[in-house]
Each structure stands twice: as structure tokens, then as C-alpha cells.
Ligand binder design. Structure first.
Ligand code: FMN
Length: 178
């Protein structure tokens, strides 16, 4: 348990990566973490696309005007898809799989960052999801929730601290206004 909390503290979003690729074992462990995730009614409403091709990573990094550029320098991006027709809580299913991949990556010392796609725009008329569907030939009715960028950390970040926890967000027995 102590080790798990250390992992939670250590995981920070990493947006600067070294060029050294991940090993195939590391990539497999990350994808296994996704596939081991719990899902509503055990329906496994998610699917994943692992992208390592440099040219495709650059194009994915352009899926929205801000906050995705670093995908171009990642070694791996996992595009996290959900099937709304398969499961009403597809967003929850896909989110759990996404964070499990990030935690597995951290356990391997690999940096990662979530890139939000759902409800984001490529242009005024094209959503980020539509742009990615087109690039990766994703069929209906699958939807892109997010992409997780992975790579070797350029440098370590300061871990989170238990001293900075937002305990005011926790209410005991009933909701209390602060
Ligand atoms: C749902 C969600 C969406 C996020 N979207 C982005 C994003 O599009 N681009 C980005 O650079 N970081 C994104 N992040 C990373 C957050 O900015 C980051 O987790 C937060 O600032 C806390 O920092 P930490 O991960 O280092 O603890 C996202 C995180 C979550 C959970």
C-alpha cells in the first residue's frame, strides 16, 4: 500500500520526452494495464489504438490548437476509444483504462500525459474527434475520449505532496459548506 501511494505521488504529467523509444515489453505492459481495467457490466466498451509512427504522432499533435503539441515528441500515443452503443458509461470505462495506463507507465519510470479529445475542436466546424477518426480510419460509433502520450521523461518532476491535498473537498457523513 505504501508503494502504491508513492506511485500516486510520483505520477506527474510529463510533456517533454527524450527520443529513446519504449521497449516492446514496456508498451505491452501499458496496453495490458488498459485491458485489465474494470468496466461497467464487464462490457469492455473501450478500444485502443497504439501509434508509434512519427508522422502520425505529428498529425495527432495537431488535433486541437493547444495542449496537444507534445504528442509529436512522444514515443507512443494510445488513442482511447469508447463505444457509446456498447455501454452507457463508456466515458467512465475509458477514463479508468486511461489512468491505469498512466499509472503502469509511471511504475516503469515512463512519463505520460492525458490529452483531452472529447468536446475539443480542431476547427470551428470540425471536432478533434472527427479529425482523429478521419486520420486513423476509426469506424462509427466509436468515439475518441483522449490520447495518452508516453515517452522517456526529459527530466523528473517534483512529486505531489500530501501537504497540498484538497481535504476541503472531502465531507464526513454529510455535505458541509465551507
Ligand atoms: C480529463 C483530463 C484532461 C486533460 N487534458 C489535458 C490536455 O489536453 N493537455 C495537457 O497537456 N494535459 C491535460 N491533462 C493533464 C492535466 O493538466 C494534469 O493532470 C493536471 O494539471 C495535474 O497535473 P499532474 O498530472 O502533473 O498531477 C488532462 C488531465 C485530465 C485528467
Amino acid at each position: 500500500m505504501d508503494n502504491f501511494q508513492r506511485l500516486l505521488l510520483q505520477r506527474r504529467s510529463i510533456r517533454k520526452f527524450r527520443e529513446e523509444p519504449l521497449t516492446s515489453d514496456e508498451t505491452r505492459l501499458i496496453l495490458e494495464a488498459a485491458l485489465l481495467s474494470p468496466s461497467s457490466k464487464n462490457r469492455h466498451s473501450w478500444e485502443f489504438i497504439a501509434v508509434e509512427d512519427k508522422g502520425m504522432l505529428v498529425r495527432l499533435s495537431q488535433c486541437k490548437p493547444h495542449s496537444a503539441t507534445f504528442i509529436a515528441d512522444a514515443s507512443l500515443a494510445v488513442v482511447v476509444l469508447g463505444n457509446p452503443l456498447e455501454s452507457d458509461p463508456w466515458i467512465e470505462d475509458a477514463s479508468i483504462a486511461a489512468i491505469n495506463m498512466q499509472l503502469q507507465a509511471e511504475e516503469l519510470g515512463i512519463g505520460s500525459c492525458w490529452v483531452q479529445v472529447r468536446n475539443r475542436s480542431y476547427t470551428d466546424t470540425v471536432s478533434s474527434g472527427e479529425y482523429i477518426n478521419d486520420l486513423l480510419e476509426i469506424p462509427m460509433p466509436l468515439e475518441v475520449l483522449c490520447m495518452i502520450a508516453f515517452g522517456r521523461k526529459e527530466k523528473e518532476r517534483t512529486p505531489a505532496s500530501l501537504d497540498d491535498l484538497h481535504w476541503e473537498k472531502v465531507h464526513i457523513e454529510k455535505y458541509k459548506m465551507m
